[in-house]
Design a protein around this ligand. Structure first.
Ligand code: LMR
Length: 400
């Protein structure tokens, strides 16, 4: 039945982890997947997550029963609060329906399925460039994918005029997928002033915003700051979807812990949309895994653990920032051709280095430094033990 099936290339991000693990070179470096690493380059279980795990495991009457289709309430309620804010009007007015989902990708896909059934446009616009999976997730739900201008490769910064032009030129009522903060892969976000203009332009064309928030806490180290764009749009009266992941900010990658929030301007429409989305979820995953949601829900609902988590976010984002400076300073000191300030100006977990595709191939094959084909590095993969090796290798490759 499948003789004529076509070959596909390996996943451009996840395959880097496979190659890295199979490599036995002593100084190999993993700058591929967006996953936090500690100062020794190791995956890290947040201490606050360990504490919450203990509470969850020892909870009297604990069992492995199914969660409701909507998910673990303590988790979805807490998730909505950190996204929309403690005093959020839209939450207090019952305009948001929150459904647990399978981390970021599952939330995007669930939102895509809901929109494909109930929204009146099949045009969806994603940033150019964006996280590779956006293409596959939305085309799987029958969307016509367009790209909006985002990155200026010459200035290595946001192409704001291009972004506005794309919004104006898109067919009215298109879905716009917006990175809430810490844009993947560029590490460049609009400023507050720019978000206000983007909101005006999106409103004028009656586009529908679909926020992807995978890195809350990593852009500025502060959950409230990082939710700025989402809260701005919510306060402006937009109807929107928000896909929220706890993979990076709680380090719950493999536990697939996420939430989809549906905001409409009518309480009853919100409830009906939520129920329809639950039906989509039931048809695809039935009910979500409970372990990660119980951990996250425990952290979000305990003032003490929540405070500790916020401190840990500062620590993680602070270490990434320190590594940005370490890399930039070394490249400058070595006299590596080009300007490297963008490494410290970009935010979040990634730096879009501008290293060309052929040079990426040399770094991977000759130096065993694993980074994405588009020149994106996960700065969290850098540490004091490998920073000199990485800087020297980039220098050698670019200077020759
Ligand atoms: C990334 O961009 O590296 C992460 O979002 C992990 C993934 O699933 O691609």
């Amino acid at each position: 039945a499948f003789e004529s099936i076509s070959e596909i290339p390996p996943d451009p991000i996840l395959n880097l982890s496979t190659l890295y693990k199979a490599d036995d070179f002593e100084k190999k470096v993993d700058l591929g997947v967006g996953a936090y690493r500690d100062g020794e380059g190791k995956p890290w279980i947040l201490p606050v997550v360990s504490k919450a795990e203990n509470i969850v495991i020892n909870r009297p009457g604990r069992n492995h029963e199914y969660l409701p289709v909507g998910g673990f309430k303590e988790f979805t309620t807490g998730a909505a609060r950190i996204a929309f804010g403690e005093d959020s009007e839209v939450l207090n007015n019952g305009l948001v329906y929150s459904i647990q989902s399978i981390s970021g990708t599952g939330s995007l896909s669930l939102g895509g399925m809901f929109l494909s059934r109930f929204y009146n446009s099949k045009n969806i616009f994603i940033s150019k460039p964006t996280w590779v999976n956006h293409h596959d997730v939305f085309s799987a739900h029958g969307f016509e994918i367009g790209q909006y201008a985002y990155w200026d490769p010459i200035k290595k910064s946001l192409d704001f005029d291009g972004f506005v032009k794309s919004i104006r030129e898109a067919p009215e009522g298109s879905v716009f997928v917006l990175h809430a903060c810490a844009h993947n892969p560029t590490g460049v976000d609009p400023s507050k002033e720019q978000w206000a203009i983007l909101a005006d332009e999106i409103a004028k064309k009656k586009h529908f915003p679909f926020f992807d928030m995978a890195y809350q806490g990593y852009a500025t180290g502060d959950l409230d700051n990082d939710a700025y764009a989402v809260r701005l749009f919510a306060s402006r009266g937009f109807e929107l979807l928000l896909a929220q992941s706890f993979a990076k900010n709680m380090g719950l990658y493999g536990e697939r812990t996420g939430c989809l929030h549906i905001l409409t301007n009518n309480k009853d429409a919100t409830r009906r949309a939520g129920k329809q989305t639950e039906k989509c979820s039931r048809a695809t995953v039935s009910t979500c895994p409970r372990y990660g949601a119980e951990i996250a829900g425990t952290i979000l609902s305990s003032p003490e653990l929540f405070d500790e988590w916020k401190q840990t976010l500062k620590q993680m984002s602070g270490r990434v920032l320190e590594m940005r400076h370490a890399l930039r300073d070394r490249l400058v000191k070595l006299g590596t051709p080009g300007n490297w300030d963008h490494i410290v100006n970009q935010i979040g977990m990634f730096s879009f280095t501008g290293i060309s595709y052929p040079n990426v191939q040399i770094l991977v094959k000759k130096y065993h430094i694993y980074l994405a084909d588009n020149g994106r590095i996960s700065v969290a993969g850098l540490n004091h033990n490998n920073i000199d090796y990485v800087a020297n290798s980039i220098h050698e490759v670019i200077s020759t």
